[in-house]
Design a protein around this ligand. Structure first.
Ligand SMILES: Cc1cc2nc3c(=O)[nH]c(=O)nc-3n(C[C@H](O)[C@H](O)[C@H](O)COP(=O)(O)OP(=O)(O)OC[C@H]3O[C@@H](n4cnc5c(N)ncnc54)[C@H](O)[C@@H]3O)c2cc1C
Length: 421
């Protein structure tokens, strides 16, 4: 069934993606922008999300182990509940997946089921793309929606009960945090004076193509992380990538499958593993956009200071992991949202013929200082903030205790955006 849902007098501001970037943009526009435009009732914010819930994505490395690791009602939050504060005249939530953007005719095509048989076309006056990025392992976020995430966790947890070895590819924070959590859960931690856990129950191996893990942190912090990993039965192998996986879907289509992994070291070196977690790289969720609008890495090309995707036409923007505006991180999104929304407001005022009150562009600049917190299990961690090395205790306090779950309540509900910034 195909529906066409907008009348020509409606000015739809369509946001694709209901996670950090999309929900924040929606709240700011609804709280601080629409009411300041001429004829506010002619605008409608439409949030389109493949998932009907938002999750605290950084918590996945611990959450994937068991539902007991976090209160589930805080980890998964219904979008319909947090947006019920806005009237249906000004806001609409669409549970569906954008399958095509026609940026010339200014329409978005949405699949309302998983088979593209029930579809809706929505025309847009402004479009914000915030569809994020997928991980190769489906265990680490809403690659599609909460149902598929939960079912991949279920399969993984069943296989975990009998696993005697685990291999992870990727030395970035996702791979390292997952290794640390699984290591401590399965093997415990070496005694106080012991630097390495000997004969762990389930040896875990992390392969990284780099000469160091955690490349965004200084090498001394990466070394400390390796030491903490050794205490929970995790071994790091550097300068080595996994070049092929048999069966090919192990770790991606089947997260509970045993696998044979071929290493880049030559001579057809292989290893056998009971569980494989590919945590390398991110794939931007942008296949619905015309290829000419994308950068080589698949993200939507934007002006990195204004967040406009000008090649796609007027009033088109991209923010979050789907955008080239910055490196993928929540703190970058939170810093960019006020800038993005100020520029959207400016463009809407200009389009409404209110150039005199539109003001100037606001500009975003990514903070390039060393900034990353990486818990290693429930009590240790390494990290830096604003260029300063942080002690393990502080990493635990800020992130390791609950992986930022203490921050997401205000974000999803919009309380974080109550004041205009
Ligand atoms: C394991 C892990 C740990 C992390 N830890 C941290 C951390 O500690 N600190 C930090 O700053 N960052 C961290 N990050 C990065 C952070 O999670 C991302 O930067 C953030 O989630 C990006 O938010 P987003 O809104 O751009 O998209 P995402 O969170 O990727 O969400 C995308 C949303 O869009 C929806 N969607 C996808 N395709 C479509 C479509 N076609 N149509 C409609 N909806 C669609 C999805 O269902 C989802 O709801 C971590 C990432 C991972 C994977």
């Amino acid at each position: 069934m195909a529906q066409n849902s907008s009348s020509s007098s409606e000015r739809n501001i369509v946001i694709l993606g209901g996670s950090y970037a999309g929900t924040s943009t929606a709240h700011v526009l609804l709280k601080h922008v629409i009411s300041k435009l001429p004829d506010p009732s002619s605008y409608k914010v439409i949030l389109v999300s493949a998932a009907s819930q938002a999750i605290c994505r950084p918590a996945c490395p611990r959450a994937l182990i068991s539902d007991d690791t976090f209160p589930q009602e805080k980890l998964f939050v219904n979008l319909s509940t947090v947006f019920s504060q806005y009237s249906k005249e000004v806001f609409r939530l669409v549970h569906g997946k954008a399958i095509k953007v026609d940026h010339t005719e200014r329409n978005v095509f949405i699949s309302l089921d998983n088979h593209n048989t029930d579809t809706e076309t929505i025309s847009f006056h402004a479009l914000i793309i915030a569809t994020g990025a997928s991980t190769p392992s489906p265990l680490l976020g809403l690659n599609h929606d909460e149902t598929t995430l939960k079912s991949s966790w279920k399969i993984f947890r069943e296989a975990l009960r009998n696993a005697r070895s685990i291999t992870i590819s990727g030395g970035g924070p996702a791979g390292i945090e997952t290794a640390g959590e699984l290591g401590e859960y399965l093997n415990g931690r070496a005694g106080w004076m012991t630097s390495k856990l000997e004969n762990p129950k389930v040896p875990i191996t992390v392969f990284t193509a780099g000469s160091n893990i955690l490349p965004l942190l200084r090498p001394s912090l990466a070394k400390t992380a390796e030491d903490y990993l050794a205490q929970v039965g995790v071994t790091v192998i550097k300068d080595t990538r996994i070049v092929s996986v048999m069966p090919p879907g192990a770790g991606t289509e089947d997260v509970g499958a045993k696998a044979t992994l071929t290493l880049s070291t030559g001579g057809n070196a292989t290893i056998e593993t009971d569980l494989y977690i590919p945590a390398t790289g991110m794939l931007p969720n942008t296949s619905f956009m015309e290829a000419g609008l994308l950068a080589r890495d698949g993200r939507i090309e934007v002006d990195t200071s204004t967040l406009r995707a000008s090649k796609a036409g007027p009033r088109v923007y991209a923010v979050g992991d789907a955008s080239t505006y910055a490196r993928p991180a929540v703190h970058n999104i939170l810093a960019a949202i006020p800038v993005l929304c100020a520029n959207i407001k400016r463009d809407l005022l200009l389009a409404a013929g209110q150039g005199a009150s539109a003001g100037n562009d606001r500009e975003f600049k990514e903070d390039m200082r060393e900034m990353q917190l990486v818990p290693i299990g429930k009590s240790k961690g390494v990290g830096a903030g604003m260029g300063y090395k942080l002690p393990s205790l502080l990493v635990w306090l800020v992130k390791g205790r609950d992986y930022w779950l203490w921050t997401t309540g205000g974000l999803w509900s919009g309380k974080q955006w109550a004041k205009e910034s």
